[in-house]
Design a protein around this ligand. Structure first.
Ligand code: FAD
Length: 747
């Protein structure tokens, strides 16, 4: 015990103030205000409250330590130099316990110090009717008067603190309107000095009968205190990983918060390692993903979503993500994949990294699917695409390119391999089904894009009309401008709000000079031998349809738009005729005669979701399902349905400093329409990662430790340990956790 007493003496701050009040009076804020004043005077300070889930009116305590050097003792304060009592009805021997004789006792009471002297005359008595003053200044309500700021004014006078410093602290903390009440209390304070000759009496080293107060660092090694207050607890804090909304929304199944935090804390290599667990195509997604993760980002509520897409590109440009060493499998399986788009590539990646032998059969000369034939180079550089495909192939993936697999060959491939995946995308194109569709000058947008993307020098002139509102429409319009069209108009049957294209693509198309015409439905095409105009009907929006968007209702009003080329971007669907007769897809697996085959559909062909990230996630799933069907892998990833994802209201925004998101610089619109070079230039650095709240994922920020009123949370490496022998289960650590990485559980 003597060692503990010595430690306690050496851990004392130069000045310690204890406040007693009732919940709702603002005692904790009062302690904070005093700390703020001393901090402005250049002192080290510490302040905290001591209460649990009490209702308003219950007794609470708050503490402020002041020192010339950093304060490491986080214990409660048992022997204060000064005591502030916000509610005189609390006064009694327990409240003044530990206050050294001659110490200042500041009371909120209409009574004079002399009137209190009979009971408390051994202290330096200071009284002020803070309730009356605060009520007069309208602080709080008629029934609950908030006296904290008024009493802090009186405290300044009692301790001879400069009033202007107090006022500056009020301004800083948003209490400027309370300054007049503080000033009045400052003037109205009455003081009775301690008895002549008494002065400040030395404090006893340790109050007799009370357990020693240990600094936090001593808790483990020091002798146990007698009072194990942990037995009062009904709940205890637990550290856990709650799902982050960004990760939950990623259709590829990426651990988004994981890779962003890895970048923030450990750099690009660590972040690439996290990404590589789920995707081989980060340089691609870092450019073209619509980024549902950013839509879900809780930081949107503060100052803008974290630029996750930009960070993914930043990482992949520095460290390839698809580099996981492929372990040799004792009995590697041969699995055929028809289609080398993102779904087929993702499936091949999963299989190769599990030590199996994937073989991709691809109709085109090169792999990539829509990433190569559909998405233009000004959005996705072929160097980035080729780099990632090379990394995947180096893992041991075989490729048979230029082989269009037909319906007759599908069963052959299934027989010749342990399993077969079909990832052929959306090959069926929607048409207008109106007169004039066969005219020269009417072309499917996807064919036009393929010609341009595979290097055919398409030179355009005159006016181009693009029909549709999705990514294909935007890519056609912007490619047509680059190919020399004098004027490009996109015609869409709903309004801009309903356009399925990525919002940034629409913005960039408009910046480049593409015109948007809404609420028009194509009826057909007019021209003598060659296209001259698109015939359109005006549309009105009716009630929402199955997609949740308002249904376009065609009217009798017709218009026509003159043009030299019309590009159809009206949607695509899977070509189910690729499946042999008698085969049926049930939940993505082929069945014949009611029996499941080891044949699985993947990507757009299976889901029709229409994004690269979905194709990556579904490709992975299909590969895992195939392995599971072969008795090789138990775990099959499923897109999460996570109602437990951390919500904006779960994040303590006040813990984070505001900083707007980093945007990717882009080439100027006037320049970029003359070439097919990449428009987005990538983030300048990876500092954006530090804006991530790390929702649901502990960052070892020490907030729990700092706020624990018992001082019983300790760091253990990057984790924490709660000394449950002393945890009363107040829940303050959980309430203060900025990112919902803790919860209270019954204990
Ligand atoms: P695909 O990419 O279509 O790949 C299928 C592959 O199978 C192709 O290589 C094809 O040649 C091959 N194949 C087909 N039939 C056969 C056969 N019989 N035998 C052998 N091989 C065959 N998504 C985004 O997330 N962001 C975007 O910015 C974006 N922009 C887009 C722009 C356009 C113009 C288009 C059309 C789509 C866009 N998408 C975008 C959607 C996205 O590209 C697709 O959802 C994704 O490519 C689907 O991947 P997949 O592997 O399932 O199919």
């Amino acid at each position: 015990m003597s060692q503990a007493r010595d430690t306690q003496a050496s851990e004392r701050a130069a000045m310690e103030i204890r406040l007693h009040g009732r919940g709702g009076q603002g005692g904790v804020t009062c302690a904070k205000l005093l700390a703020a004043v001393y901090a402005r005077l250049g002192k080290a300070v510490q302040t905290f409250g001591d209460y649990a889930g009490e209702r308003s009116g219950a007794p609470i305590r708050a503490y402020t330590r002041v020192s010339d050097s950093p304060i490491s003792n986080r214990n409660k304060l048992y022997q204060p130099d000064h005591l502030v009592v916000l509610d005189p009805t609390l006064l009694g021997p327990e409240v003044v316990s530990g206050l050294a004789e001659g110490g200042t006792l500041l009371l909120n009471t209409p009574l004079s110090p002399e009137a209190m002297a009979a009971q408390f005359g051994r202290f330096r008595l200071a009284t002020v009717d803070a309730t009356a003053i605060a009520r007069k200044h309208g602080i709080g309500t008629r029934s609950v008067v908030i006296v904290n700021t008024t009493l802090a004014g009186a405290f300044a006078r009692a301790l001879d603190l400069p009033l202007e410093v107090l006022e500056a602290a009020y301004r800083e903390l948003g209490f400027e309107s309370n300054v007049p009440a503080a000033r009045e209390a400052y003037s109205a304070l009455r003081v009775r000095e301690a008895p002549a000759g008494g002065g400040r009496l030395p404090r006893p080293a340790v109050l007799p009968g009370l357990p020693a107060v240990l600094p936090l660092s001593e808790h483990k090694e020091g002798p146990p205190t007698g009072l194990k207050t942990g037995s009062w607890r009904t709940q205890a804090p637990f550290y856990l990983r709650n799902p982050a909304p960004c990760s939950v929304r990623c259709p590829a199944g990426n651990d988004v918060v994981g890779f962003v935090q890895a970048l923030a804390r450990s750099g690009e290599a660590a972040a690439a390692e996290v990404l590589g667990r789920t995707t081989p195509l980060s340089a691609v997604c870092g450019r073209v993903c619509p980024a549902p993760c950013m839509e879900g980002c809780n930081r949107r509520e503060l100052d803008g979503a974290v630029n996750v897409r930009g960070l993914e590109r930043w990482i992949a440009e520095r460290v390839p993500v698809a580099v996981r060493a492929a372990p040799a499998h004792p009995s590697p399986r041969r699995i055929a994949i028809v289609g080398g788009g993102p779904a087929g590539l993702s499936a091949a990646y999963v299989l190769a990294t599990a030590g199996h032998r994937p073989i991709i059969f691809e109709a085109e000369r090169e792999l990539g699917g829509v990433l190569r034939t559909g998405i233009p180079t000004y959005r996705l550089s072929r160097a980035a695409l080729d780099g990632e495909i090379d990394s995947i192939l180096r893992l041991g993936v075989e490729v048979r390119s230029g082989q269009k697999v037909d319906r007759a060959r599908i069963p052959e491939l299934a027989r010749a391999h342990d399993a077969l995946l079909i990832a052929t995308g959306l090959q069926r194109l929607r048409r207008v089904d109106g007169p004039g569709e066969a005219l020269s000058g009417v072309e499917q947008g996807i064919h036009f894009l393929r010609r341009i993307n595979l290097g055919e020098k398409a030179r355009l002139s005159g006016a181009v009309v693009v029909l549709g509102g999705g990514n294909t429409a935007m890519d056609c319009a912007r490619s047509a401008l680059r190919a020399g069209a004098a004027k490009v108009t996109v015609v869409y049957r709903r309004t801009r709000a309903e356009m399925p294209a990525i919002a940034e693509e629409i913005d960039q198309a408009v910046e480049e000079g593409v015109e948007l015409v809404f609420l028009r439905q194509p009826l057909g095409f007019a021209g003598a031998g060659k296209l001259e105009a698109v015939e359109l009907a005006e549309v009105e929006l009716g009630p929402p349809d199955a997609s949740g968007r308002r249904r376009p209702v065609t009217t009798d009003r017709k218009t026509s738009l003159g043009c030299d080329l019309a590009l159809l971007a009206l949607g695509q669907s899977a070509d189910a005729s690729l499946l042999p007769a008698g085969w049926k897809l049930e939940a993505g697996r082929a069945h014949a005669d009611g029996r499941p085959l080891n044949v699985f559909a993947a990507g757009d062909f299976s889901t029709g979701e229409g994004t690269v990230a979905h194709a990556i996630g579904d490709g992975r799933r299909a590969a895992q399902r195939a392995l599971a069907a072969l008795g090789l892998e138990a775990e099959v990833w499923a897109p999460p349905d996570a109602p437990k994802a951390v919500r904006p209201q779960d994040v303590r925004m006040g813990h984070f400093e505001g900083r707007p998101p980093a945007h990717e610089p882009t080439a100027p619109a006037a320049e970029r329409v003359h070439n097919f070079e990449e428009v987005g230039r990538g983030l300048r650095d990876g500092a954006e990662a530090r804006r991530c709240f790390s929702c649901g994922d502990c960052t070892s920020c020490d907030t729990c430790l700092v706020y624990c009123p018992e001082g019983i949370i300790r760091r253990k490496g990057t984790a924490y340990e709660v000394d449950l022998a002393f945890c009363k289960g107040c829940g303050i650590c959980v309430a203060e956790c900025p990112r919902k990485a803790m919860e209270m559980r019954a204990s």
